[in-house]
Design a protein around this ligand. Structure first.
Ligand SMILES: Cc1ncc(COP(=O)(O)O)c(C=O)c1O
Length: 362
């Protein structure tokens, strides 16, 4: 059983390690969500998020995990007779296609091997062959530790396919990786707070472009909980349509204040530095699972070239040091392992973790 006075240190790619002072925010006395104090909290949080995401458009808070916004993006912005191009390069981008199908939309797949990236050329070639209402992309594929070249893809989309809506799953990318929502021309982006925001799970942050909001007005049967038009109506009053997780929003306000205090360029540079450190260790001891040019700055997926027993090493580090890192995802369980370096994890934490893994494997 977990000793709650001495919780395990998490290096799994979400939920990640949460600072005690952030946990304290979740323990603050709660507020009525239609009252003045809440609307101030909500308004300030959204204003900060707009700076963090580099947008002047719509930012919403959803008391759900990000998977809800997978569904929301499809149900609000794609009509039943329209087709979505789903780009797929790992477990989570694959699931986005499943969600679109589960919402009854027509899906065309653009699929590469796990560990490979989606490129602008591939997306262009596919979009040029058909009529698509939207394209789905994963910013950072958490199952493989890969960052897609979303800036290049977005530039191509703006130039060659400006009418196609762009939905981006940035669940493990947002905050840790550069993202300029308005300049990129994206229409929906979302993340859960248990990744680089370094808050316990239970809330999602999402941004929606003005043109996607206009499209939503023309789409029937958008559903109830994730109806973007309801989010917008409530956002005009600095509120949410349904009762939000107020404690999470207190923690998010706290974390956004810290992020802006540090400056987003510095936050991204800090993540890059941690990633480089882990990548050097991984290359020295094993190999990277992805081509290095696409290796993520928020987590590293290490290729198990030495055939170590991943579960045994994870167990040993947990037993001896009360610290947990991630196994490979799904079919990569034994073939890889994953180390998160996002949020409030530091280089010193990583040095300690990698030293402990060294002790087990050498
Ligand atoms: C890239 C990506 N997309 C979507 C999800 C689903 O997020 P959630 O479980 O918070 O709904 C995850 C979860 O790890 C993820 O890593």
């Amino acid at each position: 059983m977990t000793d709650w006075k001495n919780p395990p240190r998490l290096f799994i790619p979400g939920p990640v390690h949460v600072l005690p002072e952030v946990l304290q925010q979740l323990a603050r006395p709660t507020l009525g969500h239609r009252g003045k104090e809440y609307t101030q909290l909500h308004g300030e949080t959204v204003e900060m998020l707009k700076k963090i995401l580099f947008t002047n458009q719509n930012v919403f808070l959803s008391t759900s995990s990000a998977s809800g916004v997978w569904e929301g993006s499809i149900r609000n912005c794609v009509k039943l007779d329209e087709t979505v191009l789903c780009t797929m390069c790992g477990a989570f981008s694959d699931k986005y296609a499943d969600v679109a199908r589960a919402c009854g939309r027509k899906v065309e797949e653009l699929k590469v091997e796990w560990g490979q990236a989606i490129t602008a050329e591939m997306v262009d070639a596919k979009l040029s062959q058909g009529k698509y209402a939207a394209v789905t992309l994963v910013h950072n594929e958490t199952s493989t530790g890969l960052t897609n070249p979303v800036y290049e893809i977005s530039e191509m989309l703006k130039q060659k396919h400006p009418d196609v809506l762009v939905f981006v799953d940035a669940v493990s990318g947002m905050v840790g990786l550069p993202m300029h929502f308005d300049d990129l021309g994206w229409d929906v982006v979302f993340a859960s707070v248990q990744k680089a925001f370094a808050i316990p799970p239970g809330l999602a942050v999402f941004a929606v472009s003005n043109r996607a909001m206009e499209k939503a007005k023309t789409v029937p049967d958008r559903g109830y909980y994730f109806d973007f038009l309801e989010f917008a109506k409530s956002a005009a009053k600095n509120q949410t349509p349904t009762t939000p997780s107020v404690p999470h929003i207190m923690a998010l306000h706290y974390q956004c204040t810290r992020l802006l205090g540090e400056g987003m360029e510095n936050v991204w540079a800090r993540h890059k530095k941690m990633a480089e450190y882990v990548r050097e260790w991984a290359k020295k001891n094993f190999a990277l699972f992805c081509p290095e040019e696409y290796a993520s700055n928020t987590l590293t997926t290490v290729k198990n070239t030495r055939g170590i027993k991943v579960a045994d090493v994870i167990n040993a580090v947990q037993q001896k040091h009360n610290t947990v890192f991630g196994n490979g995802y799904s079919k990569l369980k034994q073939e890889t392992f994953r180390i998160a370096h996002m949020g409030d994890i530091t280089i010193d934490d990583l040095k300690e973790l990698l030293g402990w893994i060294d002790d087990e494997i050498n």
